[in-house]
Ligand binder design. Structure first.
Ligand SMILES: Nc1ncnc2c1ncn2[C@@H]1O[C@H](COP(=O)(O)OP(=O)(O)O)[C@@H](O)[C@H]1O
Ligand SMILES: [Mg+2]
Length: 370
């Protein structure tokens, strides 16, 4: 069992992740845009790409993208029309590096794009639902790992005493570690509670002690603002900060709403989960009024099964009743999701060709883009 920080991808797996045709990989490798190393698997020496090498690739693409848009902006000076887009053409990248290359003109290159927003549109996000078991912790874990693979500097915050996000990120000794409880109640400095779980991925873990936070937090002054003030102290160090929450309308979750730019509501495509949606939306509405804050809301349908009529019906209802909020991405029910939880890694490590890997990539792209 390989933890997330030690994952390696084969060139084929990497090509699927980066949406590259097979023949593009060797060219990008020759130009040093993708770095690889050799790893012994059984009796064979295989060419593989490590997590850091994956992150490096996406950072190169993003830097190139930013550069290009700056150049374009300079050309069209003053019009202000050029906005950095969420994708960059590999074709133009290769043309830039090797103007003589014939391959750059091939069709495969022309259509290859990397989906990388220069900066996540919403830096602080939370996954939320007053109902348990809808997939909040699972999707939070998969989202932060995917964003980290794309080379963003990510902080994950576990706000559920059950510590499922913590376990998903392979931290098994959280009972000995400081949590948000220590930050909010015992005035521990937030950086003392942060641990590194993989290159570019940090975590503030949770343990059962966090379940007792509501009463002491209730007695604190400025109780709902303490978390956002703590997060503000370290926000500069990250591109993305994502919290998993406890299934309740708690003060702790309210505090995270004060800190957040967006709430992602995970809704399982079953009737009870749908029924609970009105309560969730009402809770968020109440918070917005109380804290005079506009929150961006995205509803993420999860555990969809297109063979089930009820699943189709609930998805249809979600889309019609909450039309402005419903995500375009849908996460299908997949055994890979449970397998990834068991192995405490990304669904991409379970199967790069599976629906779970595809769905998490699409969802991540949607949650990062403007
Ligand atoms: N898309 C999915 N397909 C299959 N199983 C899923 C999916 N999403 C979540 N699960 C499973 O559902 C269960 C509940 O998920 P979890 O993330 O713990 O929910 P929550 O945090 O909302 O309580 C877990 O066993 C998880 O592995
Ligand atoms: Mg959970």
């Amino acid at each position: 069992m390989t933890p997330f920080k030690d994952i390696v991808f084969t060139p084929n797996e990497f090509s699927t992740l980066a949406k590259l045709e097979k023949n593009i990989f060797p060219v990008l490798e020759n130009h040093g845009i993708i770095k690889t190393h050799r790893k012994r698997v059984g009796n064979v020496d295989r060419k593989v790409i490590s997590l850091e090498e994956i992150q490096r690739y996406f950072n190169i693409i993003r830097e190139f993208d930013t550069l290009q848009h700056e150049e374009k902006a300079a050309e069209t000076m003053g019009t202000g029309a050029e906005q950095a887009g969420p994708t960059v053409s590999i074709h133009s990248l290769l043309k830039h590096i090797d103007p003589e290359s014939q391959l750059a003109d091939s069709e495969a290159f022309a259509t290859a794009t990397a989906y990388v927003a220069p900066h996540p549109s919403h830096k602080v996000q939370m996954f939320y639902n007053v109902k348990g078991g809808t997939g909040k912790s699972t999707l939070t874990a998969q989202f932060v790992m995917m964003a980290s693979m794309l080379g963003y500097r990510v902080l994950a915050i576990d706000l559920d005493g059950q510590g499922h996000l913590t376990v998903n990120l392979d931290i098994l000794d959280a009972h000995e570690r400081p949590t948000v409880y220590d930050i909010l109640i015992n005035d521990l400095s937030i950086d003392q509670a942060i641990l590194n779980v993989a290159p570019g991925l940090d975590l503030i873990p949770a343990n059962l002690g966090l379940c007792n936070i509501e009463i002491p937090l209730n007695n604190k002054t400025r109780r709902e603002y303490r978390l956002s003030e703590a997060i503000a102290k370290i926000a500069d160090q990250y591109d993305l900060i994502v919290a998993d929450t406890n299934p309740a309308a708690s003060i702790l979750n309210g505090s995270m709403m004060v800190a957040s730019d967006r709430v992602n509501i995970v809704c399982a495509t079953n009737p009870l989960s749908f029924h609970g949606m009105s309560l969730v939306m009402a809770t968020i509405d109440m918070m917005q009024k109380e804290f005079r804050k506009e929150l961006d809301v995205k509803i993420v349908p999860n555990m969809y099964d297109n063979r089930e009529v009820i699943s189709q019906e609930v998805l249809g209802e979600l889309r019609s009743q909450f039309e402005p909020f419903c995500a375009n991405s849908v996460v299908n029910r997949s055994a890979d999701m449970n397998e990834a939880t068991k192995r405490r890694t990304t669904v991409w490590d379970v199967s790069s060709k599976g629906s779970a890997a595809h769905d998490i990539a699409e969802l991540t792209q949607e949650l990062l883009k403007p």
